[in-house]
Design a binder for this molecule. Structure first.
Ligand SMILES: Cc1cc2nc3c(=O)[nH]c(=O)nc-3n(C[C@H](O)[C@H](O)[C@H](O)COP(=O)(O)O)c2cc1C
Length: 170
């Protein structure tokens, strides 16, 4: 089976990379191609009809540094016809005013450019004050908190992967 999904992640301290690898392992290496966004361009994103985007939030509501570098180029990209799922790592206690902001900003930009969002994730079970990733009662994608809720990470990833598999028709 040809590769179908491009998974692009950025990471500072490795958490998002670990989650990205778990998602890739569960969906299968035949389905997912993993890319560190530090080595990727918007042309690489354009190669895929199905995308998974992983970005932790840093520095009080900022994108991770490599995503920050790529972000301006998204304005020149066309995501129409693409189906996109998002995930991110954040700290809902230490950074309660900016929990998961980065996936929220990426989703806003990519959806504005035509990308169809799947993999929305309930905010139940999280406690935070503000988040740019919330749409109604859902996050734009999977929220992982390795700083405070690492015991929930494996179950969250498994449930989300099942949901995305279904919503992407994989
Ligand atoms: C200086 C600093 C700033 C941070 N800012 C935020 C933030 O604004 N929002 C958030 O949800 N998490 C924030 N975090 C938590 C990180 O996103 C979290 O530790 C994440 O797991 C890191 O992912 P990575 O290892 O893939 O880089 C911050 C952490 C540090 C050390």
């Amino acid at each position: 089976m040809p590769k179908q999904v491009g998974l692009f992640y950025g990471t500072q301290t490795g958490n998002t990379e670990t989650v990205a690898e778990a998602i890739r392992d569960q969906l299968g290496e035949a389905v997912v191609e993993l890319h560190d966004v530090a080595d990727a361009s918007v042309d690489d994103l354009a190669e895929y009809e199905y995308l998974i985007i992983g970005c932790p939030t840093w520095n009080l509501g900022d994108l991770q540094a490599d995503w920050e570098n790529l972000y301006p180029d998204l304005d020149d990209a066309d995501f129409s016809g693409k189906t996109v799922a998002y995930f991110g790592c954040g700290d809902q206690v230490g950074y309660s005013e900016n929990f998961m902001d980065a996936p929220g900003m990426l989703e806003e930009k990519i959806a504005e450019r035509g990308g169809k969002t799947v993999g929305m994730w309930s905010t139940a079970g999280y406690e935070y004050d503000e988040s740019k990733a919330v749409r109604g009662d859902k996050f734009v994608g999977l929220a992982i908190d390795e700083d405070n809720q690492s015991d929930l990470t494996d179950d969250r990833i498994s449930a989300w992967v099942s949901q995305v598999r279904q919503e992407m028709g994989l």
